[in-house]
Write a protein of this length. Sequence first.
Length: 94
Amino acid sequence: MDRMTDSARDDGIAPDRELHDLANYRMPFGKYKGVRLLELPEAYVVWFSRKGYPAGKLGRLLRQVYDIKLNGLEDLLDPLRRQGRAREDDEGSR
């Protein structure tokens, strides 16, 4: 059995990319369209955990956001959120 490297997981997603997505991915639909997943109200994330997550990347990220919020770990991703906002500001000023 091959061991995973530090830079890739068995699903082919680099851990640093996954963390960046967790910090900056925006809700693509509904009442909270455009809101970063980590900034979604806790009740909304809990609702998904009870009713079921969407398929694919969004569902995987929402599941992780639920675990992060459940354990009070949102602040750990603040540096990545700030990086994403700075990048958006730079792109918006062009």
